[in-house]
Design a binder for this molecule. Structure first.
Ligand code: NAD
Length: 304
């Protein structure tokens, strides 16, 4: 397998292109936005430099080319990875276009963060080759990939995707039921809901919450996963604490005003110069560098 197509070059696409090219694939990438197409080569280069620092195995012969249409990208591809915004109708439109051009043997993957693959593949030609391939951001640094089978995905497609994720130096996990949010985001959003609630209720301020989670459970979870942590602490302890604490935890079904009010005021985070914290353009550049450097250092240690 040598040729891949990446559709969508926003936050996720460029890092994915760099990872595939590093593994020796010829990548044809397309984005509807001319602006994103113009920015993408520099973003691919930056991700390639990080892969070099990570010491990820280099398979010679890989390349990334930006092409002017979806059809050009998909024609002849063995694997297509869709990375357009998280809207079911848009994804179905893109998959319909991909299915028209893709060869019968091509694997068609969606990087959706949590839209059931069953909903994306319904009514598509040859749905057995459509599969979830959920990368984590930044996709060239975080090695875990969720592989999700929709109702009609063939077991062979899942096996192929697992082997492919390993081939590019990533770590596949198989999501056995196509539940909304899959697993990574279900866990993350349950943590986020509790964190936002604690800050909103004044139990802790945002900065101390970040310190508490990053240097407490976050740091530990990178080495000992939650199921192993249960064994490490003892199931009797979980049983005792969970019996009074579970009923205290936030269980709201909507999004807290702490977030919705900021969104309404245009405070979306780094992209608008402020969200929970405030940012300057120089501060954002420095933070991005610092975070990439630390993630690279931690991954190198964890891989030893
Ligand atoms: P993004 O908005 O940054 O980028 C999406 C890109 O798709 C844009 O550049 C846009 O121009 C392009 N696009 C829109 N319509 C198109 C079309 N018809 N044809 C071609 N290109 C089109 O989004 P993102 O953050 O890169 O997310 C992409 C997908 O990956 C989403 O499904 C998202 O949920 C998922 N994802 C995101 C993250 C994350 O942290 N950002 C992590 C994992 C998965």
């Amino acid at each position: 397998m040598t040729k891949a197509a990446v559709i969508g070059l926003g936050t996720m696409g460029p890092g994915i292109c760099a990872t595939l090219a590093r593994a020796g694939l010829t990548v044809a990438a397309f984005d509807l936005s001319a602006e994103q197409c113009a920015r993408a080569p520099a973003m691919v280069d930056m991700a390639t430099q990080v892969l070099e620092k990570l010491g990820v195995n280099l398979v010679p012969g890989g390349s990334v080319g930006i092409v002017e249409s979806l059809d050009r990208a998909v024609a002849g591809a063995d694997l297509v990875i869709e990375n357009v915004p998280e809207k079911l109708e848009l994804k179905r439109e893109i998959f319909t276009a991909i299915c028209r051009v893709a060869g019968d043997g091509a694997i068609l993957a969606s990087d959706t963060s949590g839209i059931p693959i069953t909903d994306i593949q319904a009514g598509m030609a040859n749905p057995g080759r459509i599969v979830g391939m959920h990368w984590s951001n930044p996709p060239h640094i975080i090695p875990m990939i969720e592989v999700i089978a929709g109702r009609e995905t063939k077991p062979d497609t899942v096996d192929w995707m697992k082997a492919f994720a390993r081939r590019i130096g990533h770590l596949p996990v198989v999501i056995r039921k196509d539940v909304p949010g899959f697993v990574e985001n279900r866990v993350l959003y349950s943590v986020m809901r509790e964190c936002v609630d604690l800050v909103e209720r004044g139990v802790i301020d945002a900065q101390d919450l970040d310190t508490c989670v990053s240097w407490g459970i976050g740091y530990k979870l990178a080495v000992v996963g939650p199921m192993s942590l249960l064994d490490m602490a003892g199931l009797d302890i979980y049983n005792a604490v969970g019996s009074y604490l579970n009923r205290e935890l936030c269980d709201r079904a909507d999004v807290a005003p702490y977030v919705t009010e900021r969104v309404a005021a245009g405070r979306l985070g780094m992209k608008t110069g402020g969200g929970i914290y405030d940012y300057t353009p120089e501060g954002i550049a420095a933070l991005r560098d610092e975070r990439a450097r630390k993630l690279v250092a931690v991954r190198r240690i964890l891989q030893e």
